[in-house]
Write a protein that binds this ligand. Structure first.
Ligand code: AMP
Ligand code: ZN
Length: 479
């Protein structure tokens, strides 16, 4: 494995910094999870897949990672002030917690299809009301929050770090003031840019808890502060989410944490860029979205056929997680071709004939290639560069096939194992299923085809060749 160091782009400093974990070999990572009031769309999935690769790579480097990804089941409001989950509960005539459970289940199902690993802890906002209340009490005590008409607001003007409020998103206070979108209870606030820590529940509000300020529910930003602090401590290594969460969500989290503990909560803030559809942000609320199952089943009018989750995952990883990415059928089809080419490379490698003598020179070449692959990952998890590097292995395989280089079982095993590490373990692409398990079947087919050719049964031999080509295995007949 490469001894070189990992560099991560830190949104807080807008630069790539060398990653050193805060506590020896352990890494604490918090990623904002979904608001479970409807099915996740492909954009949401892209963000969770980006962090899945980050999680997998940190684990691969030997870190003991505690990965906390929450479920927002309360507190995320519409612009009108209505809780998203309560609103959906009324529409579907279900209990709000039934809505939360239903969409939590479907979220987990979809991420499984995408081969996303489970986090270490998946806490819910509604399960941490006491923790949120105690942070609010502390902020009131520190004069950083005030009660107004049954709600509690964070007092930006009393915040010592007022100059740095908005630092993450790069927004000045004036900009924040003019964009303050909290349309409800503006009158309750001292300043229009103060944000809610606790909201008073109006008569018909379904989700409500007792608090020292009357019945209400917590503000959205507070839940992540309460849960990250509880499971990762006042200071932890990485806080992530989609880039659209920088403001207000993450800037507010920083203000609450700094006010409450005196410490900047996360050393690295990481933001995954948006998936767009027709060059507009994919979004639940605007309806400009595609649901993963629509794509997997071919049930979307913008796509002519079904696409496997593996292909979609591959498509996402062909773009840098910090770049915007537009999804379209032609882009997915290009990825499908690329994916099949990769399968073909691995198939060809598994079929090369070995010799008895070890080839140290070839092993060095393979190790050089391995290092190049690690360099890509160490450069802020650069998956498109890694995939390009993996395609470069084609040159090495060509030389072996053309007898320019001999390969023994030792180098062959080492080489195949690297594909397993990079493609399966780190990128989470299911290559084994497609290929290695099929090796023996493939061998039988090739023998049958050789036999058919010997007996001049070209109809059979050609049809075997054509069928294999359809699944990306191209045979080069030299004679
Ligand atoms: P939400 O359920 O809306 O809270 O979003 C869950 C996660 O998906 C958050 O990290 C969002 O930043 C992220 N997200 C939302 N829309 C997109 C998108 N179009 N592309 C990528 N990530 C997104
Ligand atoms: Zn959050």
């Amino acid at each position: 494995m490469s001894q070189k160091n990992l560099y991560i782009y830190n949104s807080l400093t807008s630069s790539k910094e060398e990653f050193k974990s805060l506590r020896n070999n352990s890494v604490g990572m918090y990623v904002c999870g979904p608001t479970v009031y409807s099915d996740v769309h492909l954009g949401n999935c892209r963000t969770f897949i980006s962090f899945d690769v980050i999680y997998r790579y940190l684990k691969h480097l030997g870190y003991n990672v505690r990965y906390v990804r929450n479920i927002t089941d309360v507190g995320h409001l519409e612009d009108t002030g209505e809780d998203k989950i309560s609103k959906k509960a009324k529409v579907e005539q279900l209990e709000p917690m039934e809505i939360a459970q239903k969409y939590t289940n479907s979220f987990r199902e979809i991420l499984k299809k995408f081969n996303v690993l489970d986090p270490s802890i998946e806490p819910t906002a509604s399960g941490h009301i006491t923790e949120q209340i105690s942070i609010i009490e502390d902020l009131i005590h520190k004069n950083l929050a005030y009660v107004s008409n049954g709600s509690v607001y964070f007092d930006i003007s009393n915040y010592n770090d007022i100059d740095s409020y908005g630092k993450l998103s790069g927004r000045g206070l004036d900009d924040i003031k003019s964009n303050s979108r909290d349309l409800i209870s503006q009158d309750d606030k001292k300043n229009e840019f103060d944000f809610a820590l606790w909201k008073k529940a109006e008569k018909n509000h379904l989700m409500r808890w007792n608090s020292p300020w009357g019945e209400g529910f917590p503000g959205w930003h507070l839940e992540c502060t309460a849960m990250s602090k509880k499971y990762l401590g006042d200071e932890f290594d990485i806080h992530g989410g989609g880039i659209d969460l920088k403001f207000p969500h993450h800037d507010c989290e920083i203000a609450q944490c700094v006010g409450h503990t005196g410490k900047q909560p996360a050393k690295f803030w990481m933001h995954a860029n948006m998936l767009t559809l027709n060059n507009k942000k994919m979004s639940k609320s605007t309806g400009n979205n595609i649901l993963p199952n629509e794509l997997f089943s071919g049930n979307n009018e913008q796509f002519s056929k079904p696409y496997d989750p593996n292909i979609v995952r591959f498509f996402f990883l062909q773009a840098n997680y910090r770049s915007e990415l537009d999804i379209s059928e032609s882009a997915i089809q290009a990825s499908e071709k690329g994916f099949n080419r990769l399968i073909e490379i691995i198939n060809r490698l598994s079929l090369v004939k070995t010799v008895k003598t070890k080839n140290d020179k070839l092993l060095d070449t393979i190790k050089k290639w391995e290092n190049n692959c690690y360099d890509c990952l160490n450069d802020d998890f650069n998956t498109p560069m890694l995939l390009a590097e993996i395609f470069n292995s084609n040159k090495i395989i060509n030389d072996i096939e053309n007898d320019v280089t001999k390969i023994s079982q030792v180098e062959k095993d080492y080489f195949i194992n690297l594909f397993d590490i990079f493609l399966n373990k780190i990128l989470g692409l299911n290559f084994k299923k497609d290929k290695i398990n099929n090796d023996s079947v493939l061998e039988i087919l090739l023998k049958l085809r050789d036999n058919a050719r010997k007996h001049k049964d070209f109809k059979l031999s050609d049809s075997i060749r054509d069928e294999l080509a359809k699944i990306g295995i191209n045979l080069n007949d030299k004679d």
